[in-house]
Design a protein around this ligand. Structure first.
Ligand code: ZN
Length: 183
């Protein structure tokens, strides 16, 4: 498949979820195929979240056949590829236990977020806005939050509601969610 053909295919998969997205497929001189995705919606998301959402819009068989060895760059407008920041898996593994225990037992983050969903009936916007507000109020810096959210994403929490129903299954919201799913 040529770069131009792949670009068209990717637009077809991704545009329904990201109507204003720009996609560029580039073959480098040393034969690496790079995919550049640029969207306004990415501004409030971590690169790992952006990748997660994009990846879910692309069918697995298509991914396996055409995208396995490609390099991805998920950009907010005016962002450069070298600004994209991730955590390595080893780093996440090293900080995971401490962070989950702090969130649950030390600072009461889980109870605060749970309460917002249960008592205040807030909605999830597919991002971390509610959790970020809570963590900022609790005094966590941007760098702390970067560590925290990378642990949570690693556990399957890619947005506020998933933090509760995928990561902290003892929360009230999680129990309610899974109960409704079963019914
Ligand atoms: Zn959510």
């Amino acid at each position: 498949m040529t770069a131009a053909q792949l670009q068209e295919k990717l637009y077809a998969f991704v545009r329904p979820g990201y109507p204003g997205i720009t996609i560029n497929v580039v073959d480098t001189a040393d034969n690496v195929r790079q995919l550049y995705f640029t969207a306004d919606k990415f501004e409030v998301l971590y690169p790992k979240q952006r990748y997660h959402y994009l990846r879910h819009l692309i069918p697995s068989d298509f991914y396996d056949k055409n995208l396995k060895d490609t390099e991805w760059f998920e950009l907010a407008p005016n962002e450069n590829p070298d600004e994209l920041d991730y955590h390595h898996q080893e780093t996440i593994d090293a900080i995971k236990t401490a962070i989950l225990s702090i969130l649950k037992d030390k600072v009461g983050f889980v109870a605060l977020l749970d309460n917002k969903f249960i008592s205040e009936d807030i909605k999830c916007f597919g991002d971390f806005r509610h959790s970020k507000n809570i963590l900022t109020d609790l005094g966590f810096s941007d760098q702390d939050q970067f560590d925290i959210f990378h642990v949570l994403m690693n556990e399957g929490g890619y947005c506020d509601c998933e933090i509760l129903y995928n990561v902290f299954s003892n929360s009230e919201y999680s129990k309610k969610y899974w109960k409704e799913k079963r019914e």
